[in-house]
Write a protein that binds this ligand. Structure first.
Ligand code: CTP
Length: 393
């Protein structure tokens, strides 16, 4: 059944940005209802929110057009998630002290679930000790998003900007996900590494980093502490509270993963490190007029094999992208690299794998093998996390 999202809109200058959020939620298939404070209706005509949400907008506690039920109680009960965006300092103070003097604050008092609160205001109002104290109090029961830093509507620079709609949307999606990885430290090696030939040319590969990014996002939604050691990628989720450490070469990826490995519960390695590096790398640009010289390659470090050799309690998952004898190669990598699990896929088939949003994989351990359907990489990520969870519990 469609989840019901109630969006409370107060009279912050960022009010127009919550139209994007409502639109994004409707497009994603949520049932969206909007409630506004009276002041908010002076900034934006409720008709705009009505058109986008495809539902009547409410702002008056005493307006009697909702069957015989008390409106704020009905809206509070029906909402699977109540988001207030933007949340002004004024409404925040009312929520902190249980003041119920308009429809939004009435619903907030009657709503029994955790709310998502999105403060947006001038930097001085945000940093005011009273506001900070209110945020601390509200954070004990609710999810209070941190505003972005930047140029504010009043011309000041600082913290107080309404976050990107995608970030709030992600928080709402995450709200409904079971936190079955809560407290787990998950380390992900992702993307392609890059080895220089000279300062302008390099050796790398076609890995898009999509699989690793989906794994990071799904693990974060499921409550894990996620750190990504990230090479070259063409997609990113760097806004969503995931810690990213950018690296370039195999050596940098190895050092960063090794440094973080000890406190890791689960290491997942969809990264595509380059197997070779340039022995005769130049620190100046090779001119086309210069005499042709062969590029000499030498072996690069096998990151996963070297790290997994010393594993203790960590659960280590590798990937094997193959064009032939997929399962045989995968099983030999599982053994040779001392892995607990390997995710194998056939990259010779056009509709999946490298760069695609889809994949079909085999999840292999020493004593089990599960084959998935052709699924989105997000669905595959959840299947991999389910399989890991089943093994470590
Ligand atoms: N891997 C790694 N370091 C490398 C190469 C691969 O850590 N230098 C990791 C990959 O991230 C993946 C697993 O090892 O999780 C298997 O990678 P793959 O490229 O399939 O295998 P290789 O060991 O490189 O062997 P080959 O290229 O010959 O198939």
């Amino acid at each position: 059944m469609k989840k019901n999202i109630l969006v409370g809109v107060t009279s912050g200058i960022a009010i127009y940005k919550s139209l994007d959020l409502v639109s994004m939620l409707v497009k994603a298939g949520y049932e969206v209802n909007v409630v506004m404070t009276e002041n908010a209706t002076k900034l934006i005509n409720p008709l705009i929110f009505e058109t986008i949400s495809q539902n009547k907008v409410y702002s008056d506690v005493f307006e009697r057009d909702m069957d015989s039920e008390v409106k704020h109680i009905k809206l509070a009960k029906e909402a699977d998630c109540f988001v207030i965006a933007p949340l002004t300092a004024n409404t925040m103070a009312k929520l902190t002290y249980g003041i119920a003097d308009n429809l939004i604050t009435n619903i907030a008092l009657a709503h029994t679930k955790k709310m998502i609160l999105v403060p947006a205001m001038n930097v001085n109002m945000y940093e005011n000790p009273i506001t900070q104290k209110n945020i601390k109090t509200l954070s004990e029961r609710h999810i209070v998003l941190s505003p972005d830093y930047g140029r504010l509507a009043c011309g000041d620079y600082g913290k107080g900007k309404f976050p990107k709609a995608e970030k709030i949307f992600e928080e709402i999606e995450s709200y409904f996900v079971k936190k079955d990885l809560l407290g787990k430290n998950i380390l992900i090696g992702n993307g392609a590494t890059v080895e220089d030939i000279d300062p302008v040319r390099y050796i790398s590969n076609y890995s898009s980093g999509k699989m690793g990014n989906e794994l990071a996002l799904c693990a974060k939604r499921r409550g894990a502490n996620v750190k990504v050691v990230c090479g070259k990628v063409s997609s990113d989720y760097k806004n969503f509270g995931i810690e990213y450490i950018d690296v370039k070469t195999n050596e940098e990826m190895f050092n960063s993963l090794k440094e973080n490995f000890e406190e890791t519960d689960i290491l997942i390695m969809p990264a595509a490190p380059v197997d070779f590096k340039v022995k005769n790398k130049k620190d100046f640009k090779i001119k086309k007029t210069s005499k042709y010289e062969n590029i000499e390659l030498e072996d690069n470090i096998d990151i996963l094999k070297t790290i997994a050799k010393d594993k203790k309690s960590q659960y280590v998952v590798g990937f094997a992208a193959e064009t032939n004898s997929v399962k045989d190669y995968a099983i030999s990598k599982l053994e040779n690299k001392n892995l607990d699990m390997i995710v194998a896929n056939d990259i010779s088939v056009k509709d999946r794998g490298f760069g695609s949003d889809f994949n079909k994989v085999s999840i292999i351990t020493k004593d089990s093998e599960v084959e998935t359907e052709l699924l989105t990489k997000r669905e595959i990520a959840d299947k991999i996390l389910d399989a890991i969870l089943e093994k470590i519990c």
